[in-house]
Structure formats: C-alpha cells, structure tokens
Write a protein that binds this ligand. Sequence first.
Ligand SMILES: Nc1ncnc2c1ncn2[C@@H]1O[C@H](COP(=O)(O)OP(=O)(O)O)[C@@H](O)[C@H]1O
Ligand SMILES: [Mg+2]
Length: 368
Amino acid sequence: MSDTPIVRAEGLIKDFGDVRAVDDISFEIEEGEFFSLVGPSGCGKTTTLRMIAGFDRPTAGDIYIQDERVTRAPPYDRDTGMVFQGYALFPHKTVGKNVGFGLKMDGVPEDERAERVADVLELVDLPGYEDRYPSELSGGQQQRIALARALVIEPSVLLLDEPLSNLDLKLRKQMRFELQRIQQELGVTTIYVTHDQEEALSMSDRVLVMNEGEAEQIDDSLSIYNEPSTRFVADFIGEANLLEGTVVDRNETGIDVELDGVGMDARVETGNGDRIDRLSSGHEVTVSVRPENISLSRDVDGDPTRTNHVEGTIKSFTFLGKVTRFLIDVNGEEMLVEVPGRAGQQRFQNGQQVVVEWDPRESIVVGV
Ligand SMILES: Nc1ncnc2c1ncn2[C@@H]1O[C@H](COP(=O)(O)OP(=O)(O)O)[C@@H](O)[C@H]1O
Ligand SMILES: [Mg+2]
C-alpha cells in the first residue's frame, strides 16, 4: 500500500444555475477505506458522488484517482463502479445481462463474462440468478444485483448512493453487515452516501458530515459523535442539548461557562483539551451535552459543591423500554434527558422538581 491517497478531491464546487450545490469540498481517501458522506437531503451528497464518478463536471476544483487528474475524464475512464439510488437496473434485461453490461462494454469475451458474472453473483449471495428479470426480485435482491453490477468490473473505487434507503428497517440493518462483509472481503475503497447518521457511524472508517454544500467535519466515527466540532454536527449526528453561554474563567483543566439560557454555571473539561485552549473570559460558546450523558435525581438538596447541576421541572416523559426520555423545563429552556434501564423507571411525575446533572467531561464546546 502506498501513501498516496486513492481519491483526492480539491476545492470541489458545483453550481446549478444560481444554486451552489457543493461549496468548496476537499478530502483524501486512503486505499481500502470505507468513507461516508452524510448530511440532510439536498446538502450536495449525490452531486459530490456524481462528480467523483464523472457524471457531473465540477464548476471548480479537481478530482484525482490514484494520483491521476480525472476532473474532465468520462465515467468509463475513471476505474469507479457506482450503485445509483433506486438501482437503475435495466428492466428488460436479465440479471446476467444487467450484471455483465460493464464487461460487455469493455469488450470482455462471452465465456469470461459468464464466469465473472457467476462469481460476483455468488459474492452477493444470489448464485444462479442469471436468467431472472429485475421485476421478479425483491427490493433487497435488486439492491444486491445493482451492487454486483458495480463490482463485476473490479473498480478501484466503489461509489454507493443511499443503497439501502429503499429497504425496510430490518433488511436495511441486515444489509449494513452484508455490505461491510463484501467491502472487507474485496478490500475495495468505498465512498458511501447516506442521510442516515446511524448507518454512516456504524459502517465507516471515516465520515464527512455535509451541510448546505459544505464539509462541517471529517473524522472517524467515534470523534464525530464524541467530539463534534460544530453545532450542526452535534445536532445532526445523534441528539444534543445545545446551551449558549459565555466563558467566565479558565484554568489548567478546563473552562467555566455561564449558561445564560438555563441559568447555571457549567464546567467544561474535554478529554483532549485542545478545542478549549483558545478560549478565555468573554468568549461566547455553545456547549453541547448528549441526552444520554445527563442524569436525573429526585433529591434537590444534594451536595452543593457539585458542578454541572441545575434544578428543573419534568414537563413530560416517554417510556421507550430500553430508556426513558424526559423533557425538563430548566428556567424556561427545554432540556432532553435520556435515562437507561431501571433508573429511568423510578416513579417520576410530570411537574416534579428534579436535579439535572452531568460530568464536566461530557460538556463539549461546539461552534466557537
Ligand atoms: N441537475 C440538477 N439541476 C439543478 N439543481 C440540482 C441538480 N442536481 C442537484 N441539484 C440541487 O443541488 C442541491 C444538492 O442536491 P443533491 O446533491 O442531490 O443533494 P443530496 O444528495 O444531498 O440530497 C439541491 O439543492 C438540488 O436541488
Ligand atoms: Mg442524494
């Protein structure tokens, strides 16, 4: 394996008339990596993928595949295989002809074609399906055929546009494992587009979170979740209480923040610390706290020296089995708290006073 990234995007911009669909995106992908583009509908994921595949031409910026500049190369000259959202199978062609299409275009002789089609159908767990028609297959099977069609040409880079979005939840979760198995078995570099943050986190080595055409953060899944760098990422990936405040003090281990909205002083001690290094008194910040990192207790007169606690009133709660979700009114602001297992099932009541509390290491500064 070389140190050269297999895919490199440099300052990609794409305008459709007045709409800037992709706004200065850059990233590098290593060989064998599973890399996801995640973001809400309309943020520019498909456009980015289509530029890498060669179906859309960038307004500005460059794309390199294996160190070769391919910005203006047609799709068939790029060594990429793409699975389109909705699969785009040829309805009047058999599975064998659908899957073998790219090989035929490449002039691969019929014998070899048949063999390679049979092999890839085995890989996607549909051996012997050559003579069926797409309409005779379930959604999940059509999805595997679309994948087989992209893989049969043995591309250096596999591009997948929301490949699981047409499937029901259970099948979708099954197919995550299946896709990962195939990707790992082949070791093929993969760029995966999804609006589903859980899908992106669970499958990827690294994730690029997109918002309105821009890259908000590029990081491994754990960092994206535990150290979101912007308000948008904290909110879009998982759930977050976003609390506005002002830095009032700093010392060796962290900062103290006055959270005006919820009316409390909070301490912020992030693990790596470097994010808060630049902050000093007077800086306005947003502090993100995950609902599952907050605890509730009933006694309102606990140890007064504890930090990061505030009194609130239960507005409503929902028992969800594994967890109970609470909406807490804290001085007129709403906070979402998720309490697991038995602790969430104590006899709480609407209107009850509670203490909301979290560990200072769970306060993450976002959107400085
Ligand atoms: N061919 C096109 N012509 C005009 N506008 C387009 C075209 N394709 C995409 N767009 C616009 O570009 C933006 C990004 O679209 P897209 O890349 O499809 O987003 P996503 O895949 O994240 O949902 C949207 O505002 C969309 O309406
Ligand atoms: Mg899309």
